[in-house]
Each structure stands twice: as structure tokens, then as C-alpha cells.
Ligand binder design. Structure first.
Ligand code: PMP
Length: 360
């Protein structure tokens, strides 16, 4: 569509254009109901159907086993940082945290308020410490890690083996970017606004035996049991955001599922990492190849950091937006979620080569 840009934002982020167009068509009058989804009762039959279909489609996409609940929550992934220890541990219980970047660090810090959080392993923002070296506490209530560090661009390529411990993963920035064996997890959670839909909804996939153990002081809104018993309708859910997520799930299923999307994501990421690798050191990505994120690709111009400002200005003129790196690390970051077309990635890679040859 005219005027649309290649949006490399880390989140809220690019959404599929056909999903936005569908939303536009539905905006004033959803399927002859005479109402926008934003205006409907969450308890009416129209929205009930939308919510049920969104959940069913997500179950299909991720092949979610029947003994897991899918919860549509609010408060962002950050609220889950507190909800996890409140639901699964007492103040004296040990919880294990693996820190591989800024987000898992935040989760670990929040858990210190509500449990005896133990730092099982710490990465260096370049690599992932091998799970065989993690110090798993004998009595840990769970082991938490972040599958994709949005700022550092560090991503797990397999499910870490933590034996019979309950494994919990923050998948906010790579949710539904690849097939995942849900049965290996106790809980998977993700804020939607990166790879799924608009800000405002957080999805949690929770194994049933982990529901119903919240300590008494847990706020009602953070208790998994309350949301599970009420099909995520204890209070008003984020209806609009859930509807858009539903359209995205439907699109991914039609497209052939997560295997297909994963292959495409690998192809897109390879274009950028190859461009960096073939730049004779002009561009640099600090992450070791085995842990490089398919979703967030940070890079710098180490020989001349001032040139990074020019890089960003020039890409903006060409309709490639939000490439500025996170304020804590600087440089550039290209977030290339599911919805980023390969043409956008190729356009960026072409620009990178051109910029390099002009400025080497
Ligand atoms: N975890 C990860 C991996 C993230 O990228 C983010 C958001 N940048 C969060 C958690 C926090 O999410 P929210 O803003 O939805 O609280």
C-alpha cells in the first residue's frame, strides 16, 4: 500500500498488511453485526466466537496439548515476571533464573521480591551458557529463561534440558516464529506486540497442574486459576487485541503453519547476518553464530560509531524505519518478525552494502 514503510521496530512492530486490511474492513461493522469489535460486549455471542476461534487456531498452530490452558492476559509480559513466583512459589521457595540479557534479568530481579530467586547461569550478551553448566537448585520450583533476548539478539535454538524441573520461557519476541514442543514446558508466555498482534494482550500457555497454587495474597488478576476458570473472561479482556491476534493465527495456518514461517525467518535472518559477515568488519554483530536471533539483529559500525547516525538518517529517507538500536546498547537493530517481508530485509541488506562501499 502506498505510504507504508519497511518497519523494523522491536515492538510494537510490523503486522501483516492483509491483516490490517481485514481489520479495516471489519472496523465499523464486523460481519454484519452492525458493530465494531471495539464496541461489542465481551460476553456477547460475536466476541465469544472470536475468542474461541483465536484460541483454537493458536492450539492448532503450536500443537498445544489438551492439558494446557491458553490464557489471554493483560499487563504485558512484565506483569508475568511477578505472577510466576506468586503462582508457583512461596516467599521462602527457591526459583531458578538463567540470565542471557536485559529481559531475563528483569524477570530475575522481579522474582527476588517474591521468592528466593537464584541466578543459575549468566550469559555475556554474546552467547548462551550451555545448559549442562546451569546451577539448577535441588528444590527449585521452576527454571525460567528468555527464549529470545529482544535487545541483545540472543536466541535459544533448542529447548534447554532441565530434567524434571518445571521449565518456564518468556517468548515475547519470538512467539509463533517457529514450531515449539509445548509439552517440554510448564509455562510459555509472550506479550503480543512483537510477533503476534497489537500491544495490550499477553498470552500464557500454562500446564494445568501448575494452576491453583497461587499464594493467598496474590492479586486476583494475577492468579492463573481465576483466568483459567473463566476462560480469560474474569474481567473485560483486551478484545480488539485478541481479535487481531486471531487474524494473525488464521493467516499463519493458511500459510502452512510454523515450519513454513520458521524457514522463511531463517532465510530472512541469513540475508542480514551474511551481509554483516561479508562486510570485512565494517558492520559487526556481537553474538556468536549459534545464538543469533532470527527476530532481532543488532549491529554496529565499530570503526566509526558516528556513522551510525548517518546510516539511520539515510535508511529513514528510503522508507526503512525504526532501525535505531535500543537506547541501552546504541548502534542499529533490525527487528524482522514474521510480518516483515523478505523484500524489506533485502532492501536493508542492499542499502547496507551500498552504504559500506560509499563509506569504507
Ligand atoms: N520480555 C521480552 C523478551 C521483551 O522483549 C519484552 C518487551 N520488550 C518484555 C518481556 C516486556 O514486555 P511488556 O512490555 O509487554 O511488559
Amino acid at each position: 500500500t502506498q505510504g507504508r514503510v519497511y518497519n523494523f521496530s522491536a515492538g510494537p512492530a510490523i503486522l501483516p498488511e492483509d491483516v490490517l486490511e481485514q481489520a479495516q474492513r471489519d472496523m465499523l461493522n464486523w460481519q454484519g453485526s452492525g458493530m465494531s469489535i471495539m464496541e461489542m460486549s465481551h460476553r456477547g455471542k460475536e466476541f465469544d466466537g472470536i475468542a474461541k476461534k483465536a484460541e483454537a487456531d493458536l492450539r492448532t498452530l503450536l500443537n498445544i496439548p489438551a492439558n494446557y490452558k491458553v490464557l489471554f492476559l493483560q499487563g504485558g509480559a512484565s506483569t508475568q515476571f511477578a505472577a510466576l513466583p506468586l503462582n508457583l512459589a512461596s516467599q521462602e521457595d527457591v526459583t531458578d533464573y538463567v540470565v542471557t540479557g536485559a529481559w531475563s534479568k528483569k524477570a530475575y530481579e522481579e522474582a527476588q521480591k517474591y521468592s528466593k530467586a537464584n541466578l543459575s547461569a549468566k550469559g555475556d550478551n554474546k552467547s548462551i551458557p550451555s545448559p549442562s553448566t546451569w546451577k539448577i537448585s535441588k528444590d527449585a520450583k521452576y527454571v525460567h529463561y528468555c527464549d529470545n533476548e529482544t535487545i541483545g539478539g540472543v536466541e535459544f535454538k533448542s529447548v534447554p534440558d532441565v530434567g524434571d524441573r518445571v521449565l518456564i520461557s518468556d517468548m515475547s519476541s519470538n512467539f509463533i516464529s517457529k514450531p515449539v514442543d509445548v509439552s517440554k514446558y510448564g509455562i510459555i508466555y509472550a506479550g503480543a506486540q512483537k510477533n503476534v498482534g497489537p500491544a495490550g494482550v499477553t498470552i500464557a500457555i500454562v500446564r494445568e497442574d501448575l494452576i491453583g497454587h497461587a499464594r493467598p495474597e496474590t492479586p486476583t488478576m494475577l492468579d492463573f486459576k481465576i483466568h483459567a476458570e473463566n476462560d480469560s473472561m474474569y474481567n473485560t479482556p483486551p478484545c480488539w487485541a485478541m481479535y487481531i491476534c486471531g487474524l494473525v493465527f488464521e493467516k499463519l495456518i493458511k500459510q502452512g503453519g510454523l515450519e513454513v514461517q520458521h524457514k522463511l525467518n531463517e532465510k530472512k535472518a541469513k540475508i542480514l547476518y551474511d551481509t554483516i559477515a561479508n562486510s570485512n568488519g565494517f558492520y559487526s554483530n556481537p553474538v556468536e553464530p549459534a545464538s543469533r536471533s532470527l527476530m532481532n539483529v543488532p549491529f554496529t559500525i565499530p570503526s566509526n560509531p558516528d556513522m551510525e547516525k548517518t546510516f539511520i538518517k539515510e535508511t529513514e529517507k528510503l522508507g526503512m524505519l525504526q532501525l535505531k538500536g535500543h537506547r541501552s546498547v546504541g548502534g542499529m537493530r533490525a527487528s524482522i518478525y514474521n510480518a516483515m517481508p523478505i523484500e524489506g530485509v533485502q532492501a536493508l541488506a542492499d542499502f547496507m552494502k551500498d552504504f559500506h562501499s560509499k563509506n569504507a
